[in-house]
Ligand binder design. Structure first.
Ligand code: HEM
Ligand SMILES: *[C@@H]1O[C@H](CO)[C@@H](O)[C@H](O)[C@H]1NC(C)=O
Ligand SMILES: *[C@@H]1O[C@H](CO)[C@@H](O)[C@H](O)[C@H]1NC(C)=O
Ligand SMILES: *[C@@H]1O[C@H](CO)[C@@H](O)[C@H](O)[C@H]1NC(C)=O
Ligand SMILES: *[C@@H]1O[C@H](CO)[C@@H](O)[C@H](O)[C@H]1NC(C)=O
Ligand SMILES: *[C@@H]1O[C@H](CO)[C@@H](O)[C@H](O)[C@H]1NC(C)=O
Ligand SMILES: *[C@@H]1O[C@H](CO)[C@@H](O)[C@H](O)[C@H]1NC(C)=O
Ligand SMILES: *[C@@H]1O[C@H](CO)[C@@H](O)[C@H](O)[C@H]1NC(C)=O
Length: 339
């Protein structure tokens, strides 16, 4: 067949959504996007590519012409100033460690430079390594990677309750909405078909982005029903249609995280959060008063356009979770919708 005919077919294909409904998102796009067989390493590579893209913004090929800004730095979203980076740099007491709000630096092992080199971190023993590999695993399960489950690419090994993970951050609607949007755009930028982009959007929205979502078994399903609300701020996050606030401690009402290092806020504190902010008077109110003195450092200076392999093969975690492959997003969506 001539290449022009192939091109037209491919173009039509994208418009017509060619993914067979029995092939998972992960299994479909790994060969299509990376040109590799479905293996634990290649499927993890695709999840790493998507993860790094929603963190840093689009930084490498493949990219079908979709710009992704990424979560790393001060942004404006729906007329609200947000900055998610300080949650990762120990600027807030916002990480749950043993039920206590603590400040943790997750960029402790190579930072953006490691991600730009398509690795989770420099070494395999750091906050950064554990976070990044857990997120690859989560999205692997989310998108139904059939090759997941061995030491080369384990099933998700982190905490099953997204509420427990994120509760000390007290995410508001714009923080959560922006994060979701970057995940959605990352998939779109590597070539997800429209239906799969929308599937991602709906899954994130329905599963995490309402207050008081009833306990749901998401990832791993074997963990059983867990509190999953991420968007928890009472002033901005909408209540779930089937909300059960009694299922959440304190009715699902959280507190703003305390600011531990103001410099790291880059001039953009969390909207209305003045706990520990020295210049607190000017930061309250609409959230537009904070001066954006910090430069947006996230983009990185020299992103190499050529992607090498992930270099993330050496896992030090225990045995893979012997879960059956449960259909990833399909299971997730069904769980969310059944409630
Ligand atoms: C406001 C938006 C969000 C912020 C600021 C945020 C921030 C963070 C931070 C700082 C951690 C490390 C926590 C720890 O190790 O205890 C984390 C972990 C994680 N986040 Fe988020 N996140 C957000 C939204 C999301 C969304 C939408 C998802 C999608 C499912 C997600 C999935 C995860 C996962 C899977 C982990 C790993 C938990 C573990 O290792 O046990 N996050 N997040
Ligand atoms: C899957 O695709 C087949 C063939 O196109 C169709 O008959 C079937 O209804 C689809 N199933 C679902 C659940 O969408
Ligand atoms: C990000 O994507 C946009 C749109 O395709 C493109 O113009 C830009 O060059 C990309 N940036 C990088 C660093 O690849
Ligand atoms: C942050 O938490 C630590 C204990 O984990 C505490 O010592 C410190 O005072 C807290 N910082 C603020 C600003 O509340
Ligand atoms: C990570 O590796 C890079 C490149 O080898 C090096 O420049 C950087 O200092 C390392 N960072 C840490 C925290 O080890
Ligand atoms: C901050 O406070 C203003 C004024 O009360 C309110 O309109 C806005 O929704 C609040 N923002 C958040 C994130 O709670
Ligand atoms: C709401 O949660 C509470 C506490 O877990 C539980 O006792 C109650 O049955 C739940 N309500 C509904 C309608 O599920
Ligand atoms: C706050 O962060 C800045 C930038 O990393 C650092 O130079 C400073 O030492 C930190 N301050 C404290 C009190 O930890």
């Amino acid at each position: 067949m001539h290449s022009k005919a192939l091109y037209i077919l491919a173009t039509l294909g994208v418009a017509a959504a060619l993914r067979p409904n029995r092939t998972t998102i992960c299994d479909y796009y790994t060969p299509l996007i990376l040109g590799k067989d479905n293996t634990p390493a290649s499927q993890q590579e695709l999840m790493a590519l998507i993860t790094h893209t929603f963190i840093l913004g689009n930084y490498t090929t493949p990219n079908v012409g979709v710009k992704v800004d990424g979560i790393a730095g001060p942004k404006t979203y729906q007329n609200h100033d947000i900055n998610l980076l300080p949650y990762f740099t120990a600027a807030y007491n916002s990480t749950n460690r043993g039920g206590k709000a603590t400040a943790v630096n997750f960029l402790d092992d190579g930072g953006a430079a490691a991600l730009l080199a398509n690795k989770p971190s420099n070494t395999t023993n750091s906050n950064q390594y554990r976070l990044l590999t857990h997120v690859y695993q989560y999205f692997g399960d989310f998108y139904g990677c059939s090759q997941q489950g061995s030491n080369d690419f384990p099933h998700y090994q982190g905490v099953a309750s997204m509420w427990e993970v994120h509760k000390f951050m007290d995410p508001n609607l714009w923080e959560s909405g922006y994060f979701n949007e970057q995940i959605v755009l990352a998939g779109k930028s590597v070539g997800f078909e429209d239906a799969d982009v929308e599937y991602t959007r709906t899954g994130l929205d329905q599963t995490f982005t309402y207050r008081c979502i009833p306990p749901a078994a998401v990832i791993p399903p074997s963990a059983g029903p867990q509190l999953q609300t991420i968007c928890s701020d009472v002033n901005s996050c909408p209540l779930a249609a089937n909300a059960n606030c009694s299922a959440y401690p304190n009715g699902g009402v959280l507190q703003y995280p305390a600011i531990v290092n103001e410099t790291l806020l880059q001039g953009v504190p969390k909207e209305n959060d003045t706990i520990g902010l020295s210049s607190s008077a000017s930061a309250s109110g609409s959230g537009s008063s904070a001066t954006a003195s910090g430069s947006s450092t996230a983009s990185g200076s020299a992103a190499s356009p050529s992607a090498s392999s992930t270099g993330a093969a050496a896992y030090t975690f225990g045995t893979g979770n012997p879960l059956a492959v449960l259909g990833g997003m399909a299971a997730l969506l069904l769980t969310a919708l059944a409630l």
